[in-house]
Unconditional design. Structure first.
Length: 73
């Protein structure tokens, strides 16, 4: 819980609606890397969304196969 409390407000809000069970430190690190590339908090959050979509698509392919609607990437 302490790790969650230390998150930036943007990451905390993003995690509240995340589809995957992200660890707080992992989400914060990913956000900081994206922020260093984009220099924009909204774009960094968009990158987290894209990263999560990629992970979901990969997992969907492994679990349900290439024809699953989530296996688009």
């Amino acid at each position: 819980m302490r790790d969650y409390d230390r998150l930036s407000p943007e990451v905390r809000a993003w995690l509240a609606s995340a589809l995957l069970p992200w660890r707080p430190k992992s989400a914060q690190r990913a956000f900081e890397r994206a922020l260093s590339r984009t220099k924009d908090k909204a774009q960094a959050i968009d990158e987290l969304d894209r990263m999560q979509e990629t992970l979901i698509a990969r997992d969907a392919r492994k679990v349900w196969g290439e024809n699953h609607p989530s296996a688009t990437r």
